[in-house]
Every structure is written in C-alpha cells, then in structure tokens.
Design a protein around this ligand. Sequence first.
Ligand SMILES: Cc1ncc(COP(=O)(O)O)c(C=O)c1O
Length: 440
Amino acid sequence: MSLRSRGQELPSIVVPPPGPRSRELAARAVAVESPAFEERRTSRTSRSGTDQAPIVYARGEGSNVHDVDGNRYVDLTAGFGALVLGYGPNPATTAARAALDDLTLALGDVYASEVKVRALEALAGLHPEPGARVLLGLSGADAVTAALKTAALATTKPRVLAFEGAYHGLSHGPLAACGFAPSFREPFAAQLGIDVTFAPYPDEQAGDLDRSLASVRAALGAGDVGAVLVEPMLGRGGCVVPPDGFLPELRALCTEAGALLVADEVWTGMGRSGALIASRAAGVVADVVCLGKGLGGGIPVSACIGRGDVMAAWGAHGGATVHTGTHFGSPAACAALLATLGAIADGGLTSRATEEGARFRASLAAALGERRVRGRGLMVGVVLADAAEALAVSRRMLARGHVVLTGGPRGDVLTLSPPLTIASELLDDAVQALGEIVRV
Ligand SMILES: Cc1ncc(COP(=O)(O)O)c(C=O)c1O
C-alpha cells in the first residue's frame, strides 16, 4: 500500500498534543463521565512522571486519525484492534451505512432480516464441521457470555477454567473469568456467580508450558469444569504467544474431561494474528469460538459460534432458554460483518498480517533488541522496563504523531495493533520513532 493512498499518510503535528481544543473537551468529559478514567490518568501521571492528558479525536481515514486541534496521527491501535480495515470509508462502513438506510432495525430473534440470515450462514461456515450454530451479540463480552452460558447448558458443569493475564470483557460473566487484573473483579466478587479457577498462561519465551498444563490437569481432575476459556494469544494481557503445543494439549485435556474448549478470538480472530481463527491455525477445533472487535470492521457486532451438538443444548428447554438483545444481529452490524469478511478475503489480509507483522517485528527487534518484541501477525507487543517507561514512551510517541497503547497486567508492554491495511512505510516510520525514543 503506497503512502500516496489517502489515509496512509505520515504524522503531521501542528500543535503539541494535547492542544487547547482537546484539553477543553477533555475537561468537559471529565465532568460527566465515570471518575475512574480521570483517576486512572492521574495515577498514571504520577507513576510515569509524564502528563497523560488525552487528545480528542475528530475524524479518521485509513490508518490516520486526526484530533480536534488539527494534528494527524498514525493509529497503531486501530480502536483497540477493531478497525481491521482502518477508518472508513471502507467496505464495512459503506455496507453498514446502506443497511441503516434500508432497514434500520429488524426484530431480533422474532423477525430476522435477510442480511442477518446471510451473516449467520457465513459465520456458521467458519466452523469446519456441518451443523454449527451462532449467537450474535454487540460486544466481545456478549460473545463470551453466550459461550459461558452454552457451556453451562451443554455440560451442566458449573465451573470454568480461565487463565491468569487473560481478558474477556467486563460484564459479569466475563469479569468472573478475568485473569488480567484481580482488582477488576474484587469489588464485585459478591455479584460474580461463576466459580472460576485460574491457571498460569504459558509464554513461548518463558518455557513454562508444563507448569501451566499441570495446573489445568489439576483443575479438570475434579470433573466439574464445563468450560476452558482461553485466548489463543493474550491480547490485552500483553501480546503473549503460548508455545505451539499449548492449544492442542488443552484440546486433548478438554475432550478427556468432558469440558468445552472455548476459544476467545475477540482479539486474535479476523486476521489480526494472521488467521481468521487463530486456534484453527494452531491445528485445533474449539467447541465454541468467540469473535468480536474486528468482526464488524469497527461496527459493534460479535458472535459465539458453536459446534452443532453443543449448541443443541439451547433447544432443550422448550424454548424457555433464549439469549438475545434488542440490537443483536441488527442489519447494519450484519452487513458490516459480511463486508469485513469479504474485504479480508479479497485483500488477502490474513496473509498480509502474517507477512507485514513478521517484517514489522523483525525491524522492531533490530531496533530495540529481540527480547523486547513478541506477537503474531499485526498483534505486536514491545516489552519495556516497567509501566513508567511504557507510559513515558507512549506519550513521546503521541507527541511525534503515533497513537499506541500500553498493556499487560503490569502495564509494561506497548501493544501495537494497526489496521491490517496499514502502509508498510508507516510501520517503518513507527519503528524509527520507537528506536529513537526507547532506551536500548
Ligand atoms: C480477548 C478479548 N475478549 C473479550 C473482550 C471484550 O470485548 P468488548 O470490549 O468488546 O466487550 C476483549 C476486549 O478487549 C478481548 O481482548
């Protein structure tokens, strides 16, 4: 992709960010949104010694986002990884806009739209065996909630096995299984009804597969685990890649124990990690797969796709057990997901993520040192000394016109998840900036 393409331009900083308009709008937001966000910024400022005052976005196109002060950035976060096709106009936004005008809303599970039928067929077709069924949602958390309910119905076993460092969203079901930060769960512990056991997530760089699997085996031994919920690679947890044998071993252990293997592919799926479904690329067929984020190319939609015999459990209650929501499977969301799937296939974007991601990681490793860089596809982590350094580096990147996020349970990882369509030159420019900013 050439730099001459619209939306694939180098940064242009005309006012040191955050500029006055961003500061004014941010102050207005602080007065009316959850105080948690400003508290977090204040604590990050004191931890890092760098101002964490936010910019405010005005518009985006391709891989560029513009703030309200006229600065143009290269977005290396792509809306928490969701904008796999970049900012619009693109096939997803065009399809969603047309669908909104055509049929703004159908009637959920009562009267479907034609586009929803086609979307369900396309999603069921992602499962390698016939008979798969799909539950749609709006967010990644919705898909995980549907998967946990499916496991409860299909196995009648109440317990869930999840992993330390993993993140599945923050509504009550997924929150119970949130290994990312126990502090997210603790204030709500009395409301979280699911009994969850956490096992260590193995890291290919740490050689700790045996320890993780021993913990999984011990938990499954009691016979009451209905779901093993796993990210094929930790996303928010800092782009941790597990050893090759991990998912196949988990698959075998789940089958042996009569537990469902639930692959949370909200981050890894839709090409982000170099495959449409990362667990499949690892040689594993999960019983249930959760997709979100990139599924709608930025339009809210998620899906829980399950094996036919497992999903049959939803039909065993005389129609009394349903899982639905007013906006689930809206025409715009379904049109966006079909267009996103089409654009990924037409643009060869899974292979592009694999190849461009490998090139990006190799350049980062050359600039910063091999041990700092990890990931798959265009889901890349740069490990820094600590959270203070990661926050300081992210601010210096912002000042140069690159939007990056920090992640990992310790906050010491820069997580880079650009659009899968980003121009190579923009990634090269980001590597150069990081090379100049990070203390090697
Ligand atoms: C792996 C994973 N699962 C689920 C979620 C929750 O998605 P959402 O924020 O759309 O609810 C996330 C969000 O970051 C995620 O990374």
